[in-house]
Design a protein around this ligand. Structure first.
Ligand code: ADP
Ligand code: ZN
Length: 704
């Protein structure tokens, strides 16, 4: 059991260092278990909030928390993030000189560091730091790397078993987003933590909207998608290096800041792209699967799969990289049969071919689903969802069933006429009566069924045939050039008049939009959020710290909603801890106030002031008006200031004394009438509140 004293510290510590007001799902239980010095295995989806599970205990432990992490390149960001929150952390790896190592050792011995990030390869360099006097806890991030069962095996992880024997009484917390059972058992066994409590969090990431579209005209669909989200960061996953480069150049031609990322590029190029992405210098990365592991950038707003992923594990991990901040995010997958065929080809001959193909089959079923997609995903991870999610394309646009018997008959008879020797593309060409080279050469235009399906579009035929395959009315002969073949079921349709149910293909909205609509959406609005984003970007460049480490999108959104105009209110925002209040508070508050000020001067917005003024005339206090209008009292004051300027009857000295007005008058002359309020605020050493400064200036300005 945890001491009551410690327990009472948990929430205040979370707020002070991370700025959050409450724990997410199982974080609290996990933290309590770590602080009770138990071993733990934590399985949480990407973006679920694993880091705090060891970072918060690290603050409270007397000694050092060692964090084993696989990627040297990303340790710096994690450490920067901790430092930005006022937590002393360092990384330790082979890229540093021995002098740097010695400095770190000294700091450790003086208890000046709370967390030390180390790659497994560098553990042996730690020497006599590895004792229980110095180390309070060991966290093993991306713990699935230990298992050759997992999808990301790293040999260097296999030596970690020695940690338990060297530090038998030190709690180990192993963390991963890989859920499968074999991997889990392997981790526990290899780390010798057989008594570890296993925390398996829900894999549901409700904020990610799931969507699957047929892969026709992918590039233009993607450009339209991006143009609707002009400043949002995103990742596009592609199967091949070549595709990442082609796509990147097409995006660039369309004025979109994108870069390619794949294993064929040099280490320097890859690092640069990753950094540019993290620092919001490029908007989009077109990558092979090698990109993204360990990237904690919380404001990735969307992930697109240009090609079908190999399996659901990979897909889920990749889409998990968007929306880590909990705000709305989008995952869009392009489904194509030729991808499935290509992936099957890669898998043929692999040692575990059968397993791989079975996994691909599940991925395919997901892509072709006509029921809630999230239910399918979560059931794959052993989680059952009671209700449909309401946040996937199927839920939003439920498929409509109709009698597709005639359509099925047409397809199957074409397959028969073609002697079951042609793949899906040629079958559709015959149905639609095409006269291209293949058709003419093979004289398919002479077939009786050539052109029996002219009235249906290519895209829809493709959808119908996929549905027929899924229902078993025909099949793909993967080993015979992917030709479409008949099955036992086919005969029932062709000769016994069996009824076939099909669903109408979902119309992709983007296809229907006019160009004008799209360009009009591209212009960014002048919202407070945009202003705060700009300020964040500027701070990011000046301080050489990734923008999302300054504040997350979620935090900026809340600032926009609440509009804090003093430090007390600013600290209330989720994501603002003590350190960030001190370092960034004033700049953000000033930006909010200046935005509010400009909006006040726009006549269009007058209504809101009149409402406030009328309530004031009715005799309500400022607090009462604020409560009634669900606005901050500082906002109410700014309304009254405006009303006063407009000559409305207000006893303004009720809120600011004559003495204070005189002080502000002096400040104004000393400071030579600065345009913003912040210089005044600083002039008074933060002792005169912003609303008083504003009211005093209103009075002074009105005198002239
Ligand atoms: P993971 O390592 O599991 O992929 P992270 O630890 O990077 O996830 O957390 C994902 C995001 O969620 C981060 O931006 C983090 O700051 C945020 N987060 C974590 N815990 C909380 C919480 N209790 N309240 C609000 N946001 C949180
Ligand atoms: Zn759904």
């Amino acid at each position: 059991m945890l001491l009551k004293e410690t327990q009472e510290k948990l929430l205040p510590t979370l707020k002070k260092y991370f700025g959050y007001d409450s724990f997410r799902n199982q974080q609290l239980e996990i933290i309590e278990a770590v602080l009770s010095k138990k071993d733990n295995l934590v399985i949480m989806p990407t973006g679920g909030g694993k880091s705090i599970c060891f970072q918060l205990p690290a603050i409270l432990f007397e000694g050092l928390t060692l964090v084993i992490s696989p990627l040297i390149a990303l340790m710096k960001d994690q450490v920067d993030g901790l430092n930005a929150n006022g937590i002393a952390a360092e990384f330790f790896n082979s890229s540093q000189k021995s002098k740097e190592h010695n400095t770190i050792f000294e700091k450790i011995l003086q208890h000046k560091i709370k967390l030390l990030y180390v790659a497994p390869e560098s553990l042996s360099l730690l020497g006599n730091i590895l004792t229980e006097e110095i180390i309070s806890c060991v966290a093993i991030d991306e713990a699935h790397c230990i298992s050759s069962w997992g999808h990301d095996f790293r040999p260097s992880y296999q030596q970690l078993g020695f940690l338990k024997s060297t530090l038998p009484n030190t709690p180990i917390i192993a963390l991963t987003a890989t859920a499968d059972k074999a991997t889990r058992q392997d981790i526990v066994q290899q780390l010798s933590i057989s008594k570890a409590t296993q925390f398996i969090a829900s894999f549901d990431r409700k904020n990610i909207e799931l969507e699957v579209r047929p892969a026709n005209d992918r590039v233009s669909q993607i450009i339209k998608f991006i143009n609707k989200k002009p400043s949002e960061s995103g990742i596009i996953y592609c199967l091949s290096r070549k595709t990442t480069e082609l796509l990147t150049s097409k995006l660039k031609q369309n004025g979109i800041k994108a870069a390619a990322y794949h294993a064929g590029l040099s280490f320097e190029e890859r690092t640069k792209t990753q950094e540019n992405f993290i620092y919001d210098k490029i908007q989009i990365v077109c990558a092979t699967i090698a990109f993204g592991m360990g990237i904690d950038k919380s404001n990735v707003r969307w992930v697109i799969h240009y090609n079908m992923p190999k399996n659901i594990e990979g897909y889920y991990q990749e889409i998990g990289r968007c929306g880590r901040d909990g705000l709305k995010a989008n995952a869009l997958l392009f489904h194509s049969y030729s991808d499935v065929i290509q992936l099957r080809k890669f898998m043929t001959g692999a040692s575990n071919e059968e397993v791989q193909i079975a996994k691909l089959e599940r991925m395919k079923q997901f892509s072709e689903a006509t029921t809630c997609r999230r239910k399918i995903l979560l059931s794959y991870f052993g989680e059952l969802l009671a209700d449909n999610c309401g946040n996937c394309d199927v839920c939003k646009n439920p498929p409509q069933n109709f009698d597709g018997t005639i359509i099925a008959q047409k397809v199957l008879s074409v397959i028969t006429r073609l002697n079951e020797s042609e793949a899906i593309g040629t079958v559709i060409d015959v149905l639609r009566g095409a006269h291209n080279a293949t058709i003419l050469e093979k004289q398919y235009d002479k077939l009786k069924s050539h052109g029996v399906g002219k009235e249906i579009s290519w895209r829809d035929w493709q959808q119908y045939i996929i549905q027929l395959i899924n229902q078993g009315f025909c099949e793909i002969a993967f080993h015979k050039n992917n030709a479409l073949r008949l099955t036992n079921f086919s005969k029932k349709v062709l000769f016994e008049n069996a009824k076939v149910n099909l669903t109408r293909p979902i119309a992709v909205k983007e296809f229907l939009e006019t160009k004008k609509e799209i360009t009009s959406k591209k212009t960014k609005k002048d919202t407070l959020f945009e202003r705060l984003r700009k300020l964040r970007h500027q701070i990011s460049l000046e301080g050489n710290i990734p923008a999302y480490l300054v504040f997350s999108d979620a935090t900026l959104k809340e600032m926009e909603k609440v509009r804090p105009m003093c430090k007390t209110d600013f600290l209330e925002i989720s994501g603002v801890g003590q350190r960030k209040l001190e370092v960034y508070g004033e700049d953000f508050i000033a930006e909010i106030i200046s935005f509010m000020g400009e909006k006040i001067n726009k006549p269009k917005k007058m209504d809101t002031y009149n409402i406030t003024y009328n309530l004031y005339k009715e005799g309500l206090s400022i607090d009462e008006i604020a409560k009634k209008r669900n606005l901050k009292s500082t906002t109410i004051f700014s309304h009254l200031a405006k009303a006063y300027t407009d000559g409305k009857e207000i006893d303004i000295y009720e809120f600011v004394s004559k003495d204070e007005v005189e002080k502000v008058r002096k400040a104004k002359s000393d400071l030579k009438s600065p345009p913003a309020l912040k210089p005044y605020f600083e002039y008074f050493n933060s002792e005169l509140e912003y609303f008083k400064i504003r009211l005093a200036l209103t009075i002074i300005d009105k005198e002239y």
